[in-house]
Design a protein around this ligand. Structure first.
Ligand SMILES: [Zn+2]
Length: 125
């Protein structure tokens, strides 16, 4: 019967020996799930401006701007891609594909909207 220390040492040695192949598999799965998610959401193309030259410049935008909450639930990109690529209907109701430019512009438009709202509140006081 192995002691806890022997089990811990075995797990540590196994992980050390297999680390590179584990990371390589993770990278492959990330790419596979990311591409699958792009397909689910209509392809490798920005829904706002039509940009389609390089899919690495495409982002998954949260339609209801609840990305921060979503990132807490899925912990990291690996969990995020996996969850949405395995739940296409939820993905379609929560996400859209935007290029980095359109995603940044949307973020600043939302910030201005919030700033304008707070200005309105200041005027009312
Ligand atoms: Zn765009």
């Amino acid at each position: 019967m192995a002691t806890e220390e022997q089990k811990r040492l075995y797990r540590h040695n196994w992980f050390t020996k297999n680390r590179e192949s584990l990371y390589e598999n993770r990278r492959k799965n990330m790419r596979k799930w990311r591409l699958r998610l792009l397909d689910i959401l209509g392809g490798k193309k920005c829904v706002s401006c039509g940009y389609d030259k390089d899919f690495r410049a495409l982002n998954f935008d949260h339609l209801r701007d609840d990305g921060r909450k979503d990132r807490k639930i899925h912990y990291n990109s690996y969990g995020f891609y996996r969850f949405y690529s395995e739940n296409p209907e939820i993905a379609k109701s929560n996400l859209q594909v935007l290029c980095s430019n359109c995603n940044t512009i949307k973020k600043y438009d939302n910030m201005n909207y919030l700033l304008n709202q707070s200005n309105d509140i200041d005027k009312m006081v």
